[in-house]
Design a protein around this ligand. Structure first.
Ligand code: NAG
Length: 466
């Protein structure tokens, strides 16, 4: 996660979240996962960019605190839950939701011998699987974590102009589904893309506004913000599969311009404009809505040679180097985009060249000539960890550079959820097959807990040590 300060006047808090994964859920439930993988020809070769090393710093270090610190909370293990859930009923009581159906199952497909499970045996096994999966809890090696108090978090979000903006791929969408479950658990209901908002007609931008129910009004009061704050989003989801435009992707991969572009996944090229709009305080609330807007950003799982098939083909080592180079440029583009004002010119000629190199191909129609899946070997699931480190380093570099900031640049923090996810292969939607997505809310709820703890930590809101 990253803290970055803002543009127009106030702050924006940017969290970079780099998990392992990605996929497609609907607003309420899981749908299917579709990706397009093509092979490609080779192309030009520029020297990869080798940045100078940067120290990856721990933002807050109080090794004697009873609370785990940044960099500590995500180092630990999953231990059996105490007390453990004995039944689905018990679990559902703990996850009680008066507004939507409670979590009920995780799918089962085959028994241990690989035989398909008959349909009539599935419901009981599917319920049991969810119970089993949630009978583990994350414990940091050192220090405690805050109890997850979601209502408190909503209060925190109402104190910021934009609340929380989640940007990412299908895994973010899963996380978002689990977050909205928590919202409803707090007896809060919300409207989706109401007409009075901007950006409601942009595909893949989903803005959520709390209904001014007595419960919501009480939270606004607790937040010390006027009821008018409820009219603007407390939560926004921007689905951005690769998080860059075609032109940007072509430029940073040094793709052959003749290589057709075949991606059909969700994309919102103007995400930064939307974030800036959401994070901009309105004058009447300038004195009450004073916290940073939280941006939870995830782009990782699809940064592979399989998805970025436009990377020129060569040896695996060279392709991986090109991929990592592209990933670093992607990280930089995100950091730069939020730093700049909307009307700021490119920093210099080199930057303009990089970002505009693909402009001519923007107009190109995509041609049909797919050679289909080289897939699995090219999904590059072994590249997540080095990619995570890239973002961690870029954030550290950015924070080091901002020692004498002009205005209030966004603050970046790295939210490390990799190990937490890596340790739960059992909790994937279909273990062994879909190794990206989760049976929600397993794992993603822990990300939320990490987010809330780390946010409280860097904002100095943790209770004093006893
Ligand atoms: C939500 O509403 C139900 C039913 O009215 C109530 O029993 C429950 O305590 C409420 N929960 C919260 C978190 O306010």
């Amino acid at each position: 996660m990253v803290t970055v300060r803002p543009f127009l006047s106030r702050r924006s808090l940017l969290w970079a979240l780099l998990p392992v994964i990605a996929l497609v859920t609907t607003m309420l439930h899981f749908r299917s996962f579709e990706d397009i993988y093509f092979s490609h020809d080779d192309a030009s070769s520029d020297e990869p960019f080798h940045p100078p090393p940067a120290d990856v710093e721990v933002v807050v270090t109080r090794p004697t605190s009873q609370w785990c610190q940044v960099g500590e909370c995500s180092t630990g293990r999953w231990v059996p839950r105490t007390p453990e859930f004995q039944s689905l009923g018990e679990l559902q009581a703990a996850y009680m939701n008066y507004m939507e159906d409670p979590w009920s199952h995780c799918p089962v497909y085959q028994d241990v011998n690989g035989h398909l499970i008959p349909d009539d045996e599935k419901p009981a096994l599917e319920a049991q699987r969810l119970v089993d999966l949630l009978n583990w809890e994350w414990v940091p090696d050192r220090g405690r974590m805050l109890d997850l108090d979601f209502e408190d978090f909503v209060v925190r979000l109402l104190r910021s102009p934009g609340g929380m903006v989640m940007i990412g791929d299908s895994i973010t969408r899963q996380h978002h589904v689990a977050i909205t479950y928590m919202v409803r658990q707090a007896n809060l209901t919300f409207a989706y893309n109401p007409d009075h908002l901007e950006y409601t007609n942009i595909e893949h931008v989903h803005q959520f506004v709390l209904h001014p129910s007595p419960t919501a009004l009480a939270l606004a009061e607790k937040a010390g913000v006027p009821a008018s704050r409820l009219q603007r989003p407390f939560l926004t989801l921007i689905q951005n599969h690769l998080s860059l435009s075609e032109a940007e992707l072509r430029a940073i991969t040094q793709a052959d311009p003749n290589q057709a572009w075949r991606h059909a996944q969700a994309r919102v090229d103007d995400w930064d404009k939307i974030v800036k709009h959401l994070a901009t305080p309105i004058p009447e609330e300038e004195n009450t809505v004073t916290e940073d807007t939280v941006v939870l950003f995830n782009s990782g799982a699809h940064w592979s040679r399989g998805v970025l098939y436009i990377i020129p083909q060569s040896t695996m080592a060279e392709e991986h180097a090109r991929l990592s180079d592209a990933y670093r440029k992607m990280a930089r583009i995100h950091i730069e985009r939020l730093r700049a004002r909307l009307t700021t010119p490119y920093r210099d000629g080199a930057q303009a060249e990089t970002l505009e190199a693909g402009a001519s191909v923007r107009l190109m129609q995509t041609a049909k000539n797919n050679e289909d899946r080289k897939t699995f070997a090219r999904w590059d699931w072994d590249q997540f960890a080095p990619h995570n480190d890239i973002f961690r380093e870029e954030i550290a570099r950015e924070n080091a550079r901002q020692s004498a900031p002009r205005g209030r640049p966004p603050r970046w923090h790295y939210l490390d959820v990799y190990d937490i996810a890596l340790q739960r292969p059992d909790a994937h939607w279909e273990p062994g097959k879909d190794c990206l997505h989760w049976c929600t809310p397993v794992v993603v709820d822990e990300w939320t807990r990490q987010l809330l703890h780390q946010l409280a930590l860097v904002e100095g809101r943790l209770p004093e040590d006893e």
